[in-house]
Design a binder for this molecule. Sequence first.
Ligand SMILES: [Zn+2]
Length: 182
Amino acid sequence: MLIVTIGPERELDEPDELGRTRTGYREGMSDRELYEAARGSWKLGDKADNELFALVGHGGVVRMAIEIDRLVTTAPDRRAIQGNILHSGDAVYDQYVGKPVPVESYGPTRYFDSPVGTRGCRCGCGAQLSTGKFLSGHDAIALHQRIKQIGTTADFLVWFDSLAEPFTRPVQRQRPAGPDTD
Ligand SMILES: [Zn+2]
């Protein structure tokens, strides 16, 4: 599990890479404000990619728990958390929020092994994981299931490229002028 530690609220001279004009913790701030203040931008190594949950610490107390959806790049060596704010009734929230931070943190980010906090394998098999997104090999299974739904791998590539075009422009994209023939 990831812990990010934030300081007291302060104003920024100009908007940062997340468009924020203030950051840090203020007593009484809303969940959404705290989420925006805490989600980034952090220097996160590869290890962060396997983390499912993040705790937000301030003043030695856990103020929020976030289920990490993905990490988005915000600057060349910085990323921000994108995820869901957890609430009372969730195992991770109930274990940590409002309580002392579970491990001493000497920097803004820190990892620790948590006995709570699992999430289903993203292939949908139902296995519960405490780190990572897939059981070993299940990422390939999930991908191939989707390819099969479209047809062949070649069909899948055509379908994917047609959808991805607005976002990425591969160098080689030559669709045949006439009807497709194999
Ligand atoms: Zn699976």
